[in-house]
Design a protein around this ligand. Structure first.
Ligand code: ADP
Ligand code: MG
Length: 240
């Protein structure tokens, strides 16, 4: 579904991504782990062109994302993204947050968009929050709404950047539960997370990033039980 070739990204003089090569197959849950500052967020943001690569290629199905000819807005509609900080619109109700893009971009009627939003809200146990504003919700509820908002666009892949890192510990589980269900339903997912339990249980493949490169990749079994790279071992000794 996504093929990344020789991806480089610089911020000024800083060389952040130093030649990433990988691929994400349909239905895979690829979990990206690695130390802070290793380039995980930058990598994820390059996939949907929130950051523009300096070199290399991002191929999403048949489309070169970083080509001037590509309608990036159209492509982005197929790639849902969930951030650490939720990024809900604070002045809009939950319902409006979810239906804004489906009405505007998917040209759905308000009635249809709201019906679909309610169905999704029900799936995450939040149908009673449709009329609430984000500041009336807990962190875990906000993040579940952010996931629903992304899903409302019927994306083909979901990108998660540390979706539970800003949550109080007791709310991490409810968000991971929604993500696990999504994975079980066959959604293609790329997940940056420090939740090693989730990575073990749900990950089809683990990418360990270090200093702007994928230092090691493999199945959860390979990476967590038998890491080959010294940097992977050092990182895991700190987080496991
Ligand atoms: P991670 O998500 O693994 O913690 P990031 O991809 O966020 O790492 O960041 C990698 C490096 O790139 C960091 O040193 C960070 O300071 C730098 N960086 C990220 N975004 C920008 C930016 N917009 N401008 C300048 N430097 C940035
Ligand atoms: Mg990050």
């Amino acid at each position: 579904m996504i093929k990344v070739s020789n991806l480089h990204k610089r911020f000024g003089k800083l060389h952040i991504l130093k030649g990433i090569n990988t691929h994400i197959e349909k239905g895979e849950v690829v979990v990206v782990i690695g130390p802070s500052g290793s380039g995980k967020s930058t990598f994820l943001r390059c996939l949907n062109m929130l950051e523009v690569p300096d070199d290399g290629e991002i191929l999403f199905k048949d489309t070169i994302m970083n080509s001037k000819k590509t309608n990036i807005d159209k492509q982005r509609e197929k790639m849902g993204m969930v951030f650490q900080q939720f990024n809900l619109f604070p002045h809009m109700t939950v319902m409006k947050n979810i239906t804004l893009a489906t009405i505007k971009l998917k040209k759905k009627s308000q009635k249809e968009a709201e019906k679909e939003a309610l169905d999704l809200l029900r799936r995450v146990g939040l149908e009673d929050k449709a009329g609430s504003y984000p500041n009336q919700l807990s962190g875990g509820q906000k993040q579940r709404i952010a996931i629903v908002r992304a899903l409302a666009m019927s994306p083909e892949v979901m990108l998660f950047d540390e979706p539970t890192s800003a949550l109080d510990p007791e709310m991490v589980g409810e968000v991971l539960e929604v993500m696990k269900r999504l994975a079980a339903e066959g959604m293609t997912m790329v997940v940056v997370t420090h939740e090693i339990g989730f990575a073990r249980e749900v990950g089809s493949r683990i990418l360990f990033m270090d200093n702007g490169l994928i230092a090691e990749e493999g199945t959860p079994q390979e990476i967590f039980n038998n890491p080959q790279n010294a940097r992977t071992r050092e990182f895991l000794s700190k987080v496991l």
